[in-house]
Structures are given as structure tokens and as C-alpha cells.
Design a protein around this ligand. Structure first.
Ligand SMILES: [Zn+2]
Length: 269
């Protein structure tokens, strides 16, 4: 099944060309790491063509591993890592913007966020924007869905045609990309019918745009390594979970396939 999807994505990648890469872009990332997971290879590729790119981090990183460190420590660590990742992606410090809205509470601060986003869009006039996929599972990614809605409503007010690229993050966390969490045959069948089948249909229907990042995989891995608190244990404690722990590493592997995939469409006022 994975092979089938990969072949479909690489056929789509053939349609994406240099002209697309040169377009200016703003990448909106709900958390520090989504920018690299979802579009790190694409950002690197666009930077190589000299495209003007900015990354906007929506939330403040205050809720990571807070069973082991304080919110203040988490915020400091993750902001520093986000800025380091921005530099590793080839961005100037002025092209990395921190909106600093409390993590997990983005939806509650929707109006203020929308106002800031609108200002950024008016100032930078990007041809493309990158935002999280609108069908991210709510349970794990409320900030992802809030980011999607905030950017789309800001875009509708600026009176300018913009191409939107939606990238999946937690959406990958299902079969066939990660193995079944369930043991019994009956549970597996139910899981496929309830979740995997429809998500599989969404993958094929929505992700018609794929960008080959084959030659940049190692570079993308190095950029993601800048998010040290997410990739390694900062404390020698098994309770410090990393991205590599999710689904025994199968989730992380989804971001190191040959292509990054996107759901694309145009938004006009
Ligand atoms: Zn996230």
C-alpha cells in the first residue's frame, strides 16, 4: 500500500517545476518543528532558487514535556530551537517571526492572531502560503486546525490571489504509514473502515501536489535535529518522549520520504 501511494506521489512530483519553486512564500507553523517536518525540504529547495521565504511560528512552545520541565523552560528551549532551525533552513533572522501565542490555546486567541497574520501577509505579499492540512486529527492537533482557519480567514480579507499549500503532520499517523495499534483481527478491520480507508481516499484526492526532496533528505534531517528537545532526550528520563518514539519511528519516517505532499488551491478575496 505504501508503495502504491509513493508511486502516485512521485508521478505528481514530475508536474512541479522551477517556476513554482521561485515563487515567494510564507510558511505558517503551529509549533516549533512543523515547518521542517511538513515542508523543510520544500523550503530548502525554494531557498536554492533564491525565493523569498519567511517562517511564522504561531505558538510559544510552552507546553512541551511540562511533566519534566517548567513552561518557562519549555518556551525558552523551543524558541531557541525554532530560530536555529530557521537559520539551518537558510533564512535570515528577520525572516523568522514568532507570534508567541500560548501553545494549545491558539483557537481562543484567534482574533489577535488573525490581525498579526494579516499584517504579515500585507507586508510580505507572498505568492504562496503553506499551512497545516484542514483534516488534521483534532485530538492531537487543535493548534494545527486553528492555524489553518486563521490563515485562510486572513487571506480572504487581503484582496489578492494567493496559492495555498496545506501540509499534513498528524494526518500521517494512520495505516498504512504506521502499523496498527490494535491486535485483534476484528479491531483491525474496524480501524481500516473507520479511519484508514477514508484517510487513504483523502490522501489520493487531496494531495495532488508533491515536491521531490530526494536530494535534500540529509539536509532536512540536520535541520530537524535543531529541534533537539523533540529529537533527543534533554533529560535522561524515559518519560522524555521524542518524535522518534511515536509509532516506533514509523511516524517520523513519513517526513523522510522522497516527496513532501500538499493539498493546493487558490484563495481570492
Ligand atoms: Zn505541531
Amino acid at each position: 500500500m505504501r508503495q502504491f501511494y509513493r508511486k502516485t506521489f512521485s508521478r505528481a512530483a514530475a508536474r512541479y517545476n522551477e517556476d513554482h519553486l521561485r515563487r515567494s512564500a510564507v510558511v505558517f507553523s503551529p509549533h516549533f518543528d512543523d515547518e521542517t517536518l511538513g515542508c523543510g525540504g520544500t523550503i530548502l529547495k525554494k531557498r536554492h532558487t533564491g525565493a523569498d521565504i519567511a517562517v511564522v511560528f504561531m505558538t510559544d512552545g510552552s507546553k512541551s514535556h511540562t511533566h519534566l520541565i517548567s513552561e518557562k523552560e519549555s518556551r525558552t528551549i523551543r524558541r531557541r530551537e525554532g530560530c536555529a532551525a530557521g537559520r539551518a533552513l537558510g533564512l535570515k533572522d528577520s525572516d523568522v517571526v514568532l507570534l508567541d501565542i500560548e501553545e494549545t490555546r491558539l483557537q481562543e486567541h484567534r482574533e489577535a492572531a488573525c490581525h498579526c497574520v494579516r499584517e504579515i501577509l500585507v507586508r510580505r505579499q507572498p505568492q504562496d502560503v503553506f499551512i497545516p492540512y484542514h483534516k488534521e486529527p483534532l485530538l492531537w492537533s487543535a493548534d494545527h486546525l486553528a492555524t489553518n482557519r486563521i490563515i485562510l480567514s486572513a487571506l480572504r480579507t487581503i484582496g489578492r490571489r494567493t496559492r495555498v499549500y496545506e501540509y499534513p503532520i498528524w494526518f500521517w499517523c494512520h495505516w498504512p504509514w504506521v502499523r496498527f495499534p490494535l491486535r485483534r483481527r476484528r479491531d483491525i478491520v474496524r480501524h481500516v473502515m473507520d479511519h484508514s480507508f477514508f484517510r487513504g481516499v483523502s490522501l489520493l484526492r487531496d494531495f495532488r501536489c508533491a515536491i521531490s526532496i530526494k536530494e535534500l533528505l540529509e539536509h532536512k534531517r540536520a535541520v530537524l535535529g535543531e529541534h533537539r528537545s523533540q529529537m533527543t532526550r534533554l533529560l535522561p528520563d524515559v518519560e522524555w518522549r521524542t518524535l522518534g518514539d511515536v509509532a516506533d519511528g514509523e511516524f517520523l519516517a513519513c517526513f523522510f520520504q522522497d516527496c513532501e505532499v500538499f493539498h493546493t488551491y487558490d484563495v481570492c478575496a
